[in-house]
Design a protein around this ligand. Structure first.
Ligand SMILES: NC(=O)c1ccc[n+]([C@@H]2O[C@H](COP(=O)([O-])OP(=O)(O)OC[C@H]3O[C@@H](n4cnc5c(N)ncnc54)[C@H](OP(=O)(O)O)[C@@H]3O)[C@@H](O)[C@H]2O)c1
Length: 296
């Protein structure tokens, strides 16, 4: 049995079917708060409604599991955040997994994770990585770039509401994105291939600028324009929004970090070991998402 924590999220929803198709039984853990919790699931999938904030939920979630994929996040939540989910929740789950006899834990992390990283999310991810590396279990850390589909969805939604595509900062800073499909493919590989044990893998799909993403959304729509949020406004929001919208402050803070160029990385070495996993970039994601204007 493989536990996918955050199995109702963007990556979880892609990884679970791959695992099931490969013959694994899967248990999904989530609260059923930010994402709908299915009332029925296919063969081979169990649902466990639980909260990473609860030790007993973490203990029950890992019962009978040989491997865990940690794919939960508080970054996008309004009622919680990275400290509660990506750091403390991950550490709680790692401890429960080690105590419960789990053999291998795959921790989804982010490029730039570091104890002294410039944004809280990266520091939280570093704490989770450290917890799993020192847990005594086999581990795999997968550091991704920002998820490409999520960024495209956000831009498309803003365009739908205002007829303008937002470009955060100068729009010229390179950012490495990871597509959900590529992330799910490497999760499956990490579960199945012992060669990925006890390694940190930097996993990207394509490096793009904000201007390139905006152009792609506008080209698909066939009309519209760009709305620029200047770097100074991002810096201001990343601090001023904290008291009334920690979520907005996090998004702006991530924008400031990406504006520095630190969001780009060379994913060639990480990919070189797995040449059989195809790269799903912007073009493929847009083609797979169907008609212009449809959600990505
Ligand atoms: N999105 C990105 O750009 C990005 C980039 C790099 C790394 N990552 C990492 O990759 C992983 C997958 O990201 P994603 O974007 O697919 O996540 P997501 O779509 O935001 O989904 C988050 C999942 O976590 C669950 N969750 C949140 N709080 C929880 C709690 N207290 N207890 C149990 N479950 C909880 C959510 O369900 P409920 O809220 O209903 O519980 C949901 O299933 C995460 O670890 C994330 O940090 C993401």
């Amino acid at each position: 049995m493989i536990l996918v924590v955050g199995g109702t999220g963007r990556l979880g929803r892609a990884a679970v079917p791959l695992l099931v198709q490969s013959g694994h039984r899967v248990r999904i853990m989530a609260r059923g708060s930010s994402q709908p919790f299915a009332t029925a699931v296919g063969a081979g999938v169990e649902l466990f409604r639980g909260d990473l904030g609860s030790e007993s939920d973490c203990r029950r979630a890992v019962e009978g599991c040989t491997a865990v994929v940690f794919a939960a996040s508080g970054f996008g939540l309004k009622d919680s955040g990275p400290r509660e989910v990506d750091r403390d929740g991950a550490i709680r789950l790692v401890r429960a997994a080690a105590a419960g006899g789990v053999q291998h834990l795959i921790m989804m992390s982010m490029h730039g994770a570091a104890p002294d990283g410039p944004i809280d999310y990266l520091r939280c991810k570093a704490a989770a990585e450290e917890a799993v590396r020192s847990s005594g279990m086999d581990w795999t850390v997968i550091r991704m770039g920002a998820l490409l589909e999520q960024r495209l969805e956000d831009l498309t939604a803003a365009f739908g509401a205002k007829g303008k595509v937002p470009v955060f900062g100068s729009g010229s800073a390179p950012v490495t994105f990871t597509s959900v499909q590529d992330a799910a493919a490497v999760v499956l590989r990490a579960v199945r291939d012992p060669a990925l044990r006890n390694r940190i893998i930097e996993w990207g799909s394509q490096t793009l600028t904000g201007n390139q993403l905006a152009e792609a959304v506008l080209a698909r729509a066939g009309h519209g324009s760009v709305q620029r949020i200047p770097p100074a406004a991002l810096r201001l929001l990343s601090v001023a929004a904290r008291p009334f919208s920690p979520f907005l402050a996090r998004v702006a803070g991530a924008g400031v970090w990406q504006e520095s160029g630190a969001g780009a990385f060379d994913f060639g070495p990480g990919r070189a070991d797995f040449p059989d996993i195809p790269i799903t970039g912007l073009q493929q994601v847009l083609e797979a998402s169907g008609a212009p204007g449809s959600p990505v």
